[in-house]
Write a protein that binds this ligand. Sequence first.
Ligand code: ATP
Ligand code: AMO
Length: 461
Amino acid sequence: GKEWTNVSELVEEIAGSEVLIRGRVHTNRPVSSKLGFVILRQSGFTVQCVVTESKERNVSVNMVKFLKQLSGESFVDVIGVVVLPKEPLTGTTQQVEIQVRKVYCVNSALQKLPLNVEDAARSEADIQAGKPGANQDTRLNNRVIDLRTPANQAIFRIQCHVQIAFREFLLSKGFLEIHTPKLIAGSSEGGAAVFRLEYKGQPACLAQSPQLHKQMAICGDLERVFEVGAVYRAEDSFTHRHLCEFIGLDVEMAIHKHYSEVMDIVGELFPFIFTKLEERCSKELEAIRKQYPFQPLKFLPKTLTIPFAEGIQMLKEAGVEADPLGDLNTEVERKLGQLVLEKYNTEFYILHHYPSAVRPFYTMPCADDSNYSNSFDVFIRGEEIISGAQRVHDPELLKEQAVRFGIDVDTIKTYIDSFRYGAPPHGGFGVGLERVVMLFCGLNNIRKTSLFPRDPLRLAP
Ligand code: ATP
Ligand code: AMO
């Protein structure tokens, strides 16, 4: 019964003690029949193990030989003594070495792997300098190996911490966590990007969002709700920011007077999440930065809110024409992001009071001008991460808008009926988890922040 020591715990203070560690063979470098070096890796931490033939320590040439044939990524248990290296080490995270006494192979990996972890972990700068890298498809095809890189270890810890902070904040504001059905009768957002299937003989869809049921939860007097769950979109084009399945962070709440009540929640929630990430994930952010350099996100403690018309005006002054009653395309959104950064010194902001024509059917039009709506989008580094709005709670107007948007109202009858039984004014928003992590960390592709991404061509692994 010897205690296990984590590789991260192997530090100078415990030099001289004997430890038992389990890890993967990160690299294996035989030097002679009597000497070899193995770097052992455990969840992103690495330590150099030295095997020297020695009668006194009972290490035979056979053990050196045994180590030599261990394949990379195999699991081994090592018993050895922590020693200080003769010279400072550069190739490992730990600054001590293990003088090996015994080694056991727990599970061996194939001699030839489809992806090398060191190649997958290479930074763009190192690849430019001639070191071998691995392309994105090879990495995603072999995601199980790819996930072992320090940056990927960090990305999924950060993803987890975004959800923790999201929950923490909303629970503290009296929100209730719910789960809505993912098998539903029709499209929840309108539009064609929906996966259709058969549900016991009835036509059905995979939910494009929890939109309808989160609103129905409000009609059921749950008052303030949120959900973390899978969202399905049958996207048919490739971009760096669209997936066919992603994790939606959704919020819905009854409001008293104005949709600014919803924007106030967004405006407080995200600086809270960003601050928690900086506090709780500094090591992870550093690990990501090593492979994918990025500047920390600039955000204000009190989130900036800009009316859509002001955004159009800022663009116009910069020589970019954008339709005041149309949508902003990706390129124009980026440009506006730049202008906002220059003027207000923030890369996180809310743009609100959008034209009605470019918003989903359930969006509340402005009381004084129905060309505009009580809606907003939120941007990080010039890219959309959130859409939100006040919703129509009058069933007749809702039905009329659905028809106008070409939606088959029969498939959403129970949703429209929900507003016939008395419904409070309400609003909410939806966030893509993978986009938040991608943009907070300045990454260039959403596939990097999805554990096993689903895009139009990728259903495996
Ligand atoms: P939403 O979830 O609301 O669809 P989104 O970020 O996917 O949010 P869209 O509303 O689909 O954004 O589109 C916003 C803008 O992004 C569009 O005006 C369009 O210019 C651009 N865009 C959307 N999808 C694509 C795509 N597949 N390829 C290129 N550009 C796209
Ligand atoms: P929307 O369609 O804008 O709004 O989606 C909300 C957020 O989800 C993310 N997102 C995506 N992420 C990855 N891949 C995709 N294909 C994808 N599509 C969207 C984005 C986007 O901002 N029901 C409304 C929200 C609401 O009003 O409450 C909705 O779904 O980050």
